[in-house]
Design a protein around this ligand. Structure first.
Ligand SMILES: [Zn+2]
Length: 459
């Protein structure tokens, strides 16, 4: 069998891996690329015929792992889309949201193109393309070995990253002997809120492992929670707001859970939390509907209907979101997008970045080239919604809230293998993946690769 790395290598977004067997073709992930030139990269023709792919596995529901699925289906894919039940529920929300963004962005670009006499574009995909994705979804549970086809079995185990996230184990018999490959998916760190800790896999011949934080360690979650409490208290004392750019999926629910816990522990009082993301609200409701994926603590604490701890307001309409801009102090506004590239958070940045009283708290990964990265890197002035805004607010990065394992935890995850797998390092910025490779070699002396896009290996 061959594995070809089609995306999400030497970069963190656009995950896509292709397994070519004698009798089957399998894709693992079909993610959207989110860096520079995204528009062009996401429109590139697939280097395979989608109609000839037998099935697609999805390890979890982040857009960089699932964002091109509607395009795949639009271009002829008819196989099963195999994932966990919670992932399937979230995939549906994320893809419709993405289709709506594609549609409105293209409309905006076309209006501009029309004025300039340029060629008009079709959206990457439409909500009607997402309609055709849903019937293909197959919902599975953690821990059960399933037969895919003659000679291929698989099992999902919990990856501890976000609700429903998984590591995929795949056994295949291509020419006689059975072999195994594992796709780590995005690995969570221990003690991530809400979800259980990642499961270790004990043996495999080949391993494809993420390396988002492969060259550094996070501050502990406890240190980050202490810092969050300090930031909130000092910001409120100064008479400002706390703006938290956050992905609608994962981090928003983690933050709600943590803030709720802090109020219940009497470490914070009378806080008003605004979730200014309609998608964030819908996903929070999917979380609430899947307590079977919760850890013990979350089972007791995660109840969005209970208003006894924090006061949560979900802002649905644009007018409600704009009304938040008039709040001058003591609001915690959690809004997407997490890297400030789009979404309502940009309005909150425009109204708070220039105010010394306010704080901007980053809780997630900020990719190169994004507005979030510019602010984190200490820019004195940034462009937000076409205006130059000076940065006077206090800026904080709380690394402990990352939903990804850090270097120590990734190495620890690898250390659980009882045999000596050959390792493919993916899903990291190029220098980070290479640093992680050096760390793996130093500790385990396994055969390792950091594949290039399009590179193929016999396995
Ligand atoms: Zn992820």
């Amino acid at each position: 069998m061959k594995i070809q790395f089609l995306g999400g290598v030497r970069i963190v977004t656009g995950s896509c891996y292709f397994l070519k067997g004698r009798n089957f073709n399998i894709l693992i992930e079909c993610g959207m690329y989110q860096g520079a030139d995204a528009e062009a990269v996401n429109r590139r023709p697939f280097p395979f015929n989608p109609a000839e792919i037998d099935c697609l596995f999805l390890t979890h529901s982040h857009l960089d792992h699932i964002g091109l699925v509607p395009r795949l289906v639009k271009e002829g894919f008819k196989g099963g889309i195999i994932t966990t039940s919670a992932t399937a529920d979230i995939v549906e929300l994320i893809l419709y949201d993405s289709a709506n963004i594609q549609e409105s962005d293209t409309e905006w670009q076309n209006r501009k193109a029309l004025r300039m006499g340029l060629e008009l574009k079709e959206p990457l995909y439409l909500p009607s393309d997402v309609d055709r994705v849903l019937p293909l979804m197959q919902r599975k549970h953690y821990g059960k070995v399933e037969q895919l086809c003659e000679g291929v079995r698989y099992r999902f185990v919990n990856a501890g990253h976000i609700l429903g996230s998984s590591t995929l184990e795949l056994w295949y018999r291509d020419d006689g002997k059975e072999k195994k490959i594992v796709f780590s998916g995005d690995i969570g760190k221990k003690d991530n809120p809400i979800v259980n800790d990642p499961v270790f896999v004990e043996e495999t011949d080949y391993l494809t492992i993420e390396s988002t934080y492969g060259n550094r360690n996070h501050k502990s979650m406890e240190a980050s929670i202490d810092e969050l409490v300090d930031v909130i208290k000092s910001t409120f004392r100064r008479g400002g707001n706390v703006i938290i750019p956050s992905f609608a999926l994962g981090r928003t629910q983690d933050l709600l859970f943590i803030l709720n816990k802090l109020v219940k522990q009497d470490r914070l009082f009378r806080i008003n939390v605004y979730i200014d993301s309609p998608l964030g609200e819908r996903i929070t409701r999917v979380y609430a509907a899947h307590p079977e994926y919760f850890d013990e603590e979350a089972r007791q604490l995660f109840n969005i209907e209970s208003r006894d701890a924090i006061r949560i307001s979900f802002t649905r309409k644009v007018e409600d979101s704009m009304a938040l801009n008039r709040i001058r102090k003591e609001a915690i506004i959690i809004s997407s997008s997490g890297m400030c590239e789009g979404g309502r958070v940009r309005h909150h940045l425009k109204h708070n970045l220039w105010r010394r009283e306010s704080s901007i708290v980053f809780v997630g990964y900020q990719a190169e080239g994004t507005l979030g990265r510019q602010i984190v890197d200490g820019a004195k002035k940034v462009e937000v919604l076409g205006e130059d805004i000076v940065v006077r607010a206090s800026i904080h990065t709380l690394g402990g809230f990352s939903a990804h394992a850090d270097q120590t935890e990734l190495l620890d995850w690898i250390s659980q293998f009882k045999n000596r797998p050959e390792i493919f390092i993916v899903h990291g910025e190029e220098n980070v993946s290479l640093d992680f490779e050096a760390a793996v070699k130093e500790r385990f002396s396994y055969t390792t690769h950091v594949p290039h896009v399009g590179e193929e290996f016999d396995i």
